[in-house]
Design a protein around this ligand. Structure first.
Ligand code: SER
Length: 334
């Protein structure tokens, strides 16, 4: 049997930073190639500098390193995408087309590509938005993810490429910064709470969105990719849910630990993007097909974020009493 050899494109981004480490634990660090467009970041093993739009370079790496799986994470998110429509479309769709073609031609075992809740739009159900709900995205990011989902399905149906995908909600982590989306506030708010005890957000107080803590997102990715092929009924992209909250909810969760924390709001163009998305997601299909179940809610995530960020920043912070320990469902290195 061929040895698993993993190529992660976009390894230095918000998802890539943690997923690359997780894949290293599963497959052995020597079998995971971390690729990103930036010059070699300190401490990253097995690294190559690679442009996700360079088809030939990807093909060469796959051939020369006997790659069997690609995780394509390079993307331009919703807010940044609106600032450069062509660049967003090119990066989000062209890189996927390259990877799918290479996967077909080089007979790769598997491909992972993240989609997003941004495939939904104002016409989609606001609450418990279902797997096959109407989806008419209004951002170039959402449009590119929707097109990408259908290309994934096309390559599976026509060429048997085993490509798997998740529609990620807003992702929150303390390791790498988010990449220019409408949900970025939910990371920044923790940093500002610890540094200044106040935060000025860009979404309305009650703008509720689907969100997920990064350990859940990483575990979901590994569980999807490790599931038997016959269990994967959805070849566009799976709805997955973690939690749903609005800025006022996350502020209240932070205030349990930092009572003096104050939040104000100056909404900008990201409000219209966020408002076009569902507030909550129905992920029954992912649960039924491969057993998806999130572990972190807002309270647990807030404890974990504040604890880890305060350590990182060297900021004095005392967690409120009577807090249950957070269970590390996914064993990642801190
Ligand atoms: N976090 C993403 C964004 O805001 C949603 O997938 O663009």
């Amino acid at each position: 049997m061929k040895k698993d050899k993993i190529l992660v494109i976009g390894a230095c981004g918000q998802i890539g930073t943690e997923l690359t480490a997780a894949l290293g634990l599963q497959y052995g660090i020597e079998n995971v190639i971390a690729a990103d467009i930036q010059t070699h970041p300190a401490g990253v093993k097995n690294y190559i500098c690679l442009d996700a739009l360079d088809h030939q370079q990807i093909e060469r790496v796959v051939r020369e390193c006997d790659v069997t799986q690609i995780y394509l994470l390079a993307a331009m998110l919703s807010a940044n995408g609106e600032k450069d429509i062509n660049a967003a479309w090119r990066l989000n769709v062209q890189s996927l087309m390259s990877v799918l073609q290479i996967a077909r031609d080089q007979k790769l075992d598997k491909v992972f590509w993240p989609s997003s809740i941004a495939v939904f739009g104002p016409g989609s159900a606001k609450y418990n938005c279902r797997q096959h709900a109407r989806s008419e995205p209004i951002t170039v990011y959402g449009i590119s993810k929707k097109a990408g989902e259908h290309f994934c399905n096309y390559y599976f149906e026509n060429f048997g490429v085993d490509v798997r995908s998740l529609r990620f909600p807003g992702l929150i982590s303390y390791t790498a910064p988010p990449g220019g989306g409408a949900t970025d506030y939910a990371v920044d708010i923790y940093h500002q709470a610890l540094e200044k005890e106040q935060y000025t957000g860009f979404l309305e107080d009650d703008c509720c969105l689907p969100m997920m803590y990064m350990p859940d997102a990483i575990r979901a990715t590994l569980e999807l990719m490790n599931a038997p092929k016959e269990k994967i009924a959805i070849r566009t992209s799976y709805n997955i849910a973690g939690m749903s909250f609005a800025p006022c909810d996350i502020a209240a969760a932070i205030r349990k630990h930092i009572p003096s924390f104050k939040m104000s709001t100056v909404p900008d163009f990201r409000q219209a993007i966020a408002q076009s998305w569902p507030a909550s997601i129905d992920d029954q299909q992912a649960h039924n097909d491969w057993g998806w179940k999130p572990a972190f809610d807002l309270r647990r995530m807030t404890e974990d974020m504040l604890m880890n960020l305060s350590r990182q920043k060297g900021v004095e912070f005392e967690m409120a009493a009577n807090i249950e320990p957070v269970i590390d469902f996914y064993p990642h290195e801190h």
